[in-house]
Design a protein around this ligand. Structure first.
Ligand code: ATP
Ligand code: MG
Length: 238
């Protein structure tokens, strides 16, 4: 059953028409990737879902309820957590307190459970978040989203800007998170990272969905990858 349905949305920044009728579905418990090059509209799609840049046309349903037109906090409260592209932690608060201030009481995820998944955070729990490495800050941002107990977790380019060994660590930690059965929609430019984490994918190009299907199929579709995803083909996708 679909937990999220995005139906033919059109989203603008002022006069600039960025999403041209994007549709996608995420089923409960599924892990779905939203792929595409720089400026394809991945972040704008997530911002549309969470209500930060509401679509002007189309509809978005979450758990059977229409949410487009609601305020971001109302949408978040219904069970959508967003980990934005730019990591957002309170640098002057400890790791413990960064989690404490957003934690939903009585939820499935509490602080000790996220520390079980991210042991590096437990090790640094009394340290100020501003002193953590980039990879640890990314883990803390994800931990902060998890303790709000979302039914759907949106991750915007979680591997961006991290060193390759940290990306590998993050991937295996996210695999543990996915094993809990949480529903995830993640954007990535790092296709290998997304291929390992997602079951299904949508490819965006210039604000339109140009491909959708199983990740297994996509991995074998060299033509699709080189047309819409690989860096070597930038600028020749139409
Ligand atoms: N605040 C904004 N105001 C105006 N245009 C914007 C704004 N944010 C993004 N855009 C434009 O919207 C289009 C889609 O951008 P978006 O950030 O959604 O792409 P993306 O797929 O997330 O790219 P990236 O991989 O670089 O994060 C781009 O042409 C971008 O320049
Ligand atoms: Mg983006």
């Amino acid at each position: 059953m679909s937990i999220l349905t995005v139906d033919d949305i059109h989203t603008y920044y002022g006069q600039s028409h960025v999403l041209h009728g994007v549709s996608l579905d995420v089923a409960e418990g599924e892990s779905v990737a939203l792929l595409g090059r720089n400026g394809a509209g991945k972040t704008t799609t997530l911002r549309s879902i969470i209500g930060m840049t509401p679509p002007r046309e189309g509809r978005i349903e979450f758990k059977g309820e229409r949410v487009d037109g609601m305020e971001p906090y109302q949408i978040a409260r219904r069970g959508i957590g967003l980990v934005p592209e730019e990591r957002r932690v309170f640098p002057e608060l400890s790791v413990d307190d960064n989690i404490e201030v957003v934690m939903a009481k009585g939820g499935e995820w509490d602080r000790e459970r996220v520390y079980d998944v991210f042991p590096a955070l437990r090790e640094h729990r009394t340290q100020l978040a501003g002193q953590l490495s980039g990879g640890q800050q990314q883990m803390l941002t994800i931990a902060r989203a998890l303790v709000t107990d979302p039914d759907l977790l949106l991750l915007d380019e979680p591997s961006e800007g991290l060193a390759p060994n940290i990306v590998a660590d993050l991937k295996s930690l996210l695999e543990d998170v996915l094993d809990t059965g949480i529903t995830v929609l993640l954007t990535e430019q790092n296709t290998e990272f997304a291929f390992d984490l997602a079951e299904r994918a949508y490819i965006l190009s210039k604000g339109e969905v140009t491909w959708e299907g199983d990740v297994e199929t996509l991995q074998e579709s060299e033509d699709v990858i080189s047309k819409y995803l690989s860096v070597a083909a930038v600028g020749v996708d139409d």
